[in-house]
Design a protein around this ligand. Structure first.
Ligand code: HEC
Length: 190
C-alpha cells in the first residue's frame, strides 16, 4: 500500500505552514485538517475491509453508500460542509465542483505535472461569496494502486457492470498511480 495517500498530520501542517496566521484561521485550518483525516481514514478502512471481503465489485457499494454517508455524518457533527470532488466525476450529482473548487483542482493538476507530491497538496482560503464569508479548505487525493480496480484504465467485467449500472455517465476512469484523483473539500461560515 502506497504510504502517501492518507498522510500523517505533521506533514499536512508543514505543507500549509505558510498560510496566513490571522486570528481564528489557524484554528479553522487545524479543524479542517483533523476532519479531513477522519473522513479519509474512516473511508479507507471501510473500503479495504470491503475489498478483502468481497473484491472490488462488492466494494462499489461501500463507495456508493458509505462515502456520502460518512461525509454527511461528519458534516452534521462538526457544522462544516464536508465532501469530495473531482474534475472527472463518477457521481456528478453529488460531487460536482463549484467554480472555486474547479480552479483549485486545475491548480492541483498543474502542481502534480510540475513534480509536486500529490499527497501533501492543500489549499486554504477565506472566500467571499453571495452567502457570506467562508473558510474553505481542499486537500488533494492521490491515486494509489488500490484505486485502480475502480478508477484505472482497465476494470474487470463485474466491476464494469456494477459501475455502469450505478453511474451510466461515469467519467472517473483512466487514472494512473500518482494522478490527482480528486480532493477532499471542506468549508464553514466565517
Ligand atoms: C470498489 C470500487 C472503488 C474503489 C476501489 C475506489 N473507488 Fe473511488 N469511487 C467509487 C464509487 C462507486 C464512487 C462514487 C461515490 C459516490 O456516489 O459518491 C467513487 C467516487 C470517488 C470520488 C468522488 C468524486 C467522484 O468521482 O464522484 C473520489 C475522490 C474517489 N472515488 C477517490 C478514490 C480513491 C483515491 C481511491 C483509492 C484509494 C478510490 N476512489 C477507490 C468506487 C471506487
Amino acid at each position: 500500500m502506497h504510504k502517501g495517500l492518507f498522510m500523517s498530520f505533521p506533514l499536512i501542517l508543514a505543507a500549509t505552514a505558510g498560510f496566513a496566521q490571522e486570528g481564528g484561521q489557524d484554528a479553522d485550518l487545524a479543524e479542517a485538517m483533523a476532519l479531513t483525516e477522519r473522513f479519509a481514514t474512516t473511508l479507507q478502512k471501510e473500503l479495504k475491509a470491503a475489498m478483502t471481503e468481497g473484491g472490488p465489485q462488492n466494494a462499489v457499494k461501500v463507495c456508493r453508500e458509505r462515502a456520502p454517508a460518512i461525509a454527511a455524518e461528519i458534516s452534521e457533527e462538526s457544522g462544516w460542509a464536508v465532501g469530495r470532488t473531482s474534475l472527472k466525476l463518477r457521481n456528478a450529482e453529488l460531487n460536482a465542483p463549484d467554480d472555486w473548487e474547479r480552479a483549485v483542482l486545475v491548480r492541483f493538476d498543474e502542481r502534480q505535472v510540475a513534480g509536486e507530491d500529490v499527497a501533501t497538496m492543500t489549499v486554504a482560503e477565506v472566500v467571499e461569496s453571495d452567502d457570506g464569508s467562508r473558510f474553505r479548505f481542499m486537500k488533494a487525493i492521490p491515486t494509489v494502486q488500490l484505486c485502480l480496480s475502480c478508477h484505472g484504465k482497465i476494470v474487470n467485467a463485474s466491476v464494469g457492470t456494477a459501475l455502469a449500472e450505478a453511474y451510466p455517465e461515469d467519467q472517473a476512469r483512466g487514472y494512473q498511480v500518482g494522478d490527482v484523483r480528486g480532493a477532499f473539500t471542506l468549508s464553514k461560515p466565517r
